[in-house]
Write a protein that binds this ligand. Structure first.
Ligand code: MAN
Length: 555
C-alpha cells in the first residue's frame, strides 16, 4: 500500500502535461475537449458514474473505473483510449494497450514515456512538425488536383447537356419522320396490293395455259414410254407367249450387271420385280422402268436422271444395282420415288427462314431476302414466257410497286432504329450532371506482367494475354455500384465469360478523382472477379470540398 502511494504521487506529477497553445495542465492521454472532466482540485468520478476516487489515483497505473476512464495515460485498463494531441499534425486516439509498448505511435512521442519524465522514453522523438508539413503539402496538392478535375468535370457535364439537348431535338424530328414514313408505307402497301392483284389476275391466264401444256407433255411422254416398253416387251418375249420369263431375260447380256459374262437367275429376277414371269401390263408399269437405265447404258443410250427429257418417268439408277440387290426394300423406295422430283418452283418457300430472328436488323435482312425470293420465283416461272404488252405492263407495275413498298418499309425501319438508339442513350444514367457521358465510346488500357486489360466505359471490359491469344470478356456494362450516398463511385460490369469450373467473370471499377482519364491499376482479388482503379475528372465532385478535407490541427 505504501509503495502504491509513493508511485501515485510521482506518476501524478509526470502525468500532468501542458497543452501547447493554452496553458492548461491535463493528465497524459486526455484530449482538450475532455480536460474539464479531469480537475486536479477535485476527486475524480468515473465517466459511467460508478466510482469516485481521489484525483491522485488518475493515471496511477492501476485501473479503478470499470469504464477505464481513470487511466487515460497508462496501459493499466483493458479497454482504455489514449489520446495524443500531435500538435502540428493530426490528433489521434490509440488503444491504451499501445502505451509504453516500445513502438512510437504518436508523432508527439507522448505514448512512450516509460516511467521517465522525458517524453518518448528516450527512444521516440517528436516528428509532428515535419509530418504535419508533409501532410499539408499533400492535402494542398490534392485540393488543387480536385479543383482542376472539378473544372474539367464541369466542362464534361456541359458538353453532355449539349449533346443531350441535340439528341432530344433529333428525337422530336424523328418522331415526325416516323409518322410520315408510316403513312407512306401504308400508301405504298395499298398500291402494291392493288398492282399484285391485277398482276395475279393477268398471269392466271398464262398459268392455266402453262398447266395445260405441262399435262399435254406428260401425257405425250407417258404414251411414248408405253410405246417403247411395248416394243421392248415384244423384243424380250422370245417365245411369243405374251409373258417375259426369267430364262428369256437371262439371254440378254445387257442385264449382266456384275459383268461376269452371264446373266444369273438372281439378276434376271431382280428386273422382273422378283417374279418368275410377268405379263405386258406389269412389264410396262413395273419392270421396264427398272430395266431401262441398265439397258440403255449397255447400249450406250443412257441419260442420267435429271437430264432426260421425260422427267416424270420412273427409272432406276444403274449404279444402285448392287445396293438394290442387298436390300429390296430399299429398292422399292428408290423406284417409287420419281427420279427427278419437281423442285424449286413447286417449293418456292423452301429457303425462307421462318425461325425467330435474334434482333430486328437481322429480321430486316431476312425480309429483304424473302422479298427477293419472291421476285426470283416470278422470274423463274415466267421468264421463258412471252406476255402480251398489257400483261407485261401489269407485271412491271407490280414489280415497281413492290420495290417502292420495300423502299418505304426500309425508310421506316431506319427511322425506328435511330429512335430506339437515341431513346436508349437518353435513358442511360451518366451521373448526376451527365458528366460520365463523355467516357462512352472511349477505351482505356492497363498492362501488367501477363495481360493487357481494356476498359470501355458503358460497354465492356476485356483481358488479352500479352504473349498472344484472344480477348476474354471480363464483363459488360451492368450498373452503378457505389454506396447510397456515393452511387457514382463504382461501376459494375457483369456477365463476362464463364470461368472454368467457376462463375461468370465480373469487374468492379472503382472511380477516383484525377485531372485525366487513367486506368491506374488492375487486380483480381478473387478468381474471375476483377478490380479496376480508374481516375477521371468526372469523379471530382465539388472543388470547395477539397480544402475542407485538408489537414486541420487540434491546437
Ligand atoms: C484466365 C484469366 C485469369 C483467370 C483464369 C481462371 O487465365 O482470365 O484472370 O483467373 O483464367 O481460370
Amino acid at each position: 500500500m505504501q509503495t502504491r502511494h509513493l508511485f501515485i504521487t510521482l506518476s501524478c506529477l509526470v502525468s500532468l502535461q501542458r497543452a501547447s497553445s493554452v496553458e492548461i495542465l491535463r493528465p497524459r492521454g486526455v484530449s482538450v475537449t475532455k480536460t474539464s472532466l479531469y480537475d486536479p482540485e477535485k476527486n475524480f468520478t468515473c465517466f459511467d458514474g460508478s466510482l469516485t476516487i481521489p484525483f491522485v489515483q488518475v493515471n496511477d497505473d492501476f485501473c479503478d473505473c470499470p469504464d477505464s476512464s481513470d487511466e487515460p495515460g497508462t496501459a493499466a485498463c483493458p479497454n482504455g483510449l489514449f489520446h495524443c494531441t500531435n500538435a502540428g499534425h493530426q490528433p489521434m486516439d490509440l488503444p491504451s494497450s499501445r502505451v509504453n509498448d516500445g513502438i512510437c505511435d504518436c508523432c508527439d512521442a507522448t505514448d512512450e514515456f516509460d516511467g521517465q519524465e522525458k517524453l518518448g522514453g528516450g527512444h521516440c522523438t517528436n516528428t509532428c512538425q515535419e509530418m504535419g508539413r508533409a501532410a499539408r503539402e499533400l492535402a494542398q496538392r490534392l485540393a488543387e488536383m480536385q479543383k482542376r478535375g472539378a473544372e474539367v468535370r464541369k466542362e464534361m457535364a456541359r458538353k453532355a447537356a449539349e449533346l443531350k439537348a441535340g439528341k432530344s431535338s433529333r428525337l422530336g424530328q424523328l418522331r415526325k419522320d416516323q409518322e410520315e414514313a408510316e403513312a407512306l408505307k401504308a400508301e405504298k402497301e395499298a398500291i402494291k396490293k392493288q398492282a399484285e392483284e391485277l398482276e395475279t389476275a393477268a398471269l392466271a391466264v398464262y398459268r392455266e395455259a402453262e398447266e395445260l401444256e405441262k399435262e399435254r407433255r406428260a401425257q405425250l411422254s407417258k404414251e411414248e414410254n408405253e410405246k417403247e416398253a411395248k416394243s421392248m416387251f415384244e423384243l424380250f418375249d422370245a417365245d411369243k407367249d405374251g409373258r417375259i420369263s426369267i430364262p428369256e431375260l437371262m439371254t440378254k447380256q445387257e442385264f449382266d450387271q456384275n459383268r461376269d459374262g452371264q446373266v444369273t437367275n438372281e439378276e434376271a429376277r431382280f428386273f422382273l420385280n422378283q417374279n418368275e414371269e410377268v405379263g405386258e401390263e406389269a412389264f410396262i408399269t413395273e419392270c421396264w422402268p427398272r430395266m431401262k437405265p441398265f439397258y440403255m447404258m449397255s447400249t450406250g443410250k443412257y441419260i442420267p436422271p435429271g437430264e432426260e427429257p421425260n422427267t416424270n418417268e420412273e427409272t432406276e439408277d444403274p449404279e444402285n444395282f448392287e445396293a438394290a440387290q442387298d436390300d429390296d426394300n430399299n429398292l422399292a423406295e428408290q423406284t417409287e420415288e420419281p427420279v427427278d422430283a419437281v423442285e424449286t418452283e413447286e417449293n418456292p418457300e423452301e429457303d425462307v427462314d421462318d425461325g425467330e430472328h435474334e434482333d430486328e436488323e437481322e429480321g430486316d435482312q431476312d425480309k429483304e431476302e424473302e422479298d427477293s425470293d419472291h421476285e426470283k420465283e416470278g422470274e423463274k416461272s415466267f421468264s421463258e414466257v412471252q406476255y402480251d404488252a398489257e400483261t407485261q405492263r401489269l407485271i412491271d407495275d407490280a414489280a415497281n410497286a413492290r420495290h417502292e413498298f420495300e423502299e418505304a418499309d426500309r425508310a421506316l425501319r431506319d427511322v425506328e432504329r435511330e429512335i430506339r438508339q437515341i431513346e436508349e442513350s437518353l435513358d442511360k444514367d451518366y451521373g448526376i450532371d451527365g458528366e460520365f457521358a463523355a467516357l462512352e465510346g472511349e477505351c482505356f488500357e492497363y498492362t501488367d506482367r501477363e495481360y493487357t486489360y481494356k476498359l470501355c466505359p458503358f460497354d465492356q471490359v476485356t483481358q488479352r494475354p500479352k504473349n498472344g491469344g484472344g480477348d476474354t470478356r471480363l464483363g459488360t456494362w451492368g450498373h452503378w455500384a457505389g454506396s447510397e450516398s456515393d452511387r457514382y463511385s463504382n461501376m459494375m460490369y457483369t456477365n463476362g465469360q464463364s470461368c472454368w469450373n467457376g462463375p461468370q467473370r465480373s469487374t468492379k471499377v472503382e472511380l477516383s478523382c484525377g485531372t485525366e482519364n487513367l486506368l491506374k491499376a488492375v487486380s483480381e482479388p478473387n478468381r474471375c472477379e476483377y478490380k479496376f482503379e480508374f481516375e477521371t475528372p468526372a469523379a471530382c465532385h465539388i472543388s470547395e470540398d477539397a480544402s475542407s478535407k485538408g489537414i486541420h490541427d487540434e491546437l
